[in-house]
Design a binder for this molecule. Structure first.
Ligand SMILES: Cc1cc2nc3c(=O)[nH]c(=O)nc-3n(C[C@H](O)[C@H](O)[C@H](O)COP(=O)(O)OP(=O)(O)OC[C@H]3O[C@@H](n4cnc5c(N)ncnc54)[C@H](O)[C@@H]3O)c2cc1C
Length: 313
C-alpha cells in the first residue's frame, strides 16, 4: 500500500473542506472497495478522509412516505431493519444478499452508490425504486446520478449524506447468483516428476491426487510441451489448470529466476479465436511471470471477465 495521511473529520462540512483542500484525497466509508483497490495499487490517494466519526450519517427512518437511509449505514442494518422490512421489504432483501457477513457489517450504502460498480446491488435497487441521492450540495435523482460503469454525477468534493427511497406498493429484487464468487477451488500443483514421464504416468498421479486430497483440479507446469498430456487428462475427466512461464524446477537448467513465457502470456490474454494448445484444453492457466501474485491467481480463458470479478468479490 502507498503511504497516506488519514483524517477523521467530525462534520460533513469539515470532510468536504478536506476533500477540497487536500490534493488527491478520497473518502473512506466501509473501505470494502477502497482498501482492496489501494492494496492492488489501482488507487494511491495521498489523503484519506475517514467518514466513520462524522455525525449524522447513519440511521434509518420513515419521513412521511419516504424511507431515508444515512450514507454510512452498513448493509446489515438495512437488511435487518424493521422499518425497511415493513415499508420496502425488497430493499431489506437486496441488502441481505450483498456479499457475506463481513462485507455486510462494514460496507455502506453511500460507499456502494458512490462506487457504482456494475456488479453492485444498491445502484440497481436505487434506479429501480426511483431513489434520490442527497449530497452536501444537492439532491440528485437516481436516473441522473448513475452515469456509467464506476461513474456518477458526484463532483470531486461532493459527499453523499443520505439516500431517499419513495415507498412503493410492490417491489422485488432478484439476484443472479455468481457461483464463482462463492466457492473456493482447490487446485493441487502436481509435484515435479509425477507427470513428466508419460501421459499415463500423469493420469495415474492425477487420479491418485484427486482421490486422496479431494481437490477440484490439478495444475501441470511446463507449458506447451505438456499440451498433449493436458488434453489426455481432460479427456479422461480430470480438470487441469495449465501453466505458462517460469517453472521453479527449471532453475537447474536455466540458471536463475527470470521472466519467462511472455509470448504465451500475451496470446492467452488476447482475444484470439484460435487459442493455443494449452488454453484449449486446460480450464484455466496460471501465469508464472508474476511471482508476487497470490497463488490462486488464474484467468479463465473462456470468460476472463467472470474470473476478474471473482477476484474482486
Ligand atoms: C468480498 C466482497 C464481496 C462483495 N460483494 C458485494 C455484493 O455481493 N454486492 C454488492 O453490491 N457489493 C458487494 N461488495 C462491495 C461492498 O458492498 C462495498 O462495501 C461497497 O461497494 C463500497 O462500500 P464501502 O462503504 O465499503 O465504501 P468504500 O470502499 O469506503 O468507498 C468506495 C468508494 O466510494 C467513495 N465513498 C464512500 N462513501 C462516500 C460518500 N458518503 N460520499 C461520496 N463518496 C463516497 C469512496 O471515496 C470510494 O471511492 C463486496 C465487497 C467485497 C470486499
Amino acid at each position: 500500500m502507498y503511504a497516506f495521511t488519514q483524517h477523521r473529520p467530525a462534520t460533513v462540512r469539515q470532510a468536504a473542506s478536506l476533500l477540497a483542500k487536500q490534493e488527491e484525497a478520497k473518502l473512506l466509508a466501509g473501505g470494502h472497495t477502497l482498501i482492496p483497490t489501494m492494496k492492488l495499487r489501482l488507487a494511491g490517494p495521498k489523503h484519506i478522509v475517514d467518514l466513520s466519526k462524522v455525525e449524522g450519517l447513519t440511521g434509518i427512518e420513515m419521513k412521511g412516505r419516504t424511507l431515508v437511509i444515512g450514507a454510512m449505514t452498513p448493509h446489515v442494518e438495512v437488511a435487518t431493519s424493521a422499518v425497511v422490512k415493513e415499508n420496502i421489504p425488497a430493499l431489506a432483501d437486496l441488502a441481505g444478499k450483498i456479499g457475506d457477513p463481513a462485507v455486510r457489517h462494514r460496507g455502506t450504502i453511500g460507499g456502494s452508490i458512490a462506487n457504482n460498480d456494475p456488479n453492485a446491488d444498491y445502484p440497481a435497487g436505487a434506479l429501480g425504486l426511483g431513489a434520490t441521492i442527497v449530497t452536501n450540495k444537492r439532491r440528485i435523482g437516481a436516473d441522473e446520478f448513475f452515469k456509467g460503469m464506476f461513474e456518477t454525477a458526484l463532483e470531486p468534493d461532493e459527499i453523499i449524506v443520505k439516500v431517499q427511497f419513495p415507498k412503493v406498493n410492490k417491489a422485488a429484487y432478484v439476484k443472479f447468483p455468481n457461483p464463482a464468487s462463492r466457492y473456493a477451488l482447490v487446485v493441487v500443483d502436481m509435484p515435479f516428476q509425477s507427470y513428466e514421464e508419460s501421459k499415463e504416468q500423469a493420469f495415474a498421479s492425477a487420479s491418485r491426487i484427486m482421490r486422496e486430497t479431494g481437490c477440484g483440479a490439478v495444475k501441470i507446469e511446463g507449458g506447451v510441451p505438456f499440451a498433449e498430456t493436458i488434453a489426455f487428462l481432460v479427456a479422461r475427466g480430470i480438470p487441469v489448470m495449465g501453466h505458462i512461464g517460469l517453472t521453479p524446477q527449471s532453475i537447474h537448467t536455466i540458471g536463475s529466476f527470470r521472466s519467462q513465457g511472455k509470448d504465451e502470456a500475451a496470446r492467452l490474454s488476447s482475444s484470439s479465436n484460435q487459442p493455443g494448445p494449452i488454453e484449449s484444453d486446460a480450464g484455466s492457466c496460471a501465469d508464472g511471470r508474476w511471482l508476487s501474485r497470490p497463488t490462486s491467481w488464474s484467468r479463465r480463458r473462456s470468460n476472463p471477465a467472470r474470473a476478474n470479478r471473482s477476484l474482486r468479490r
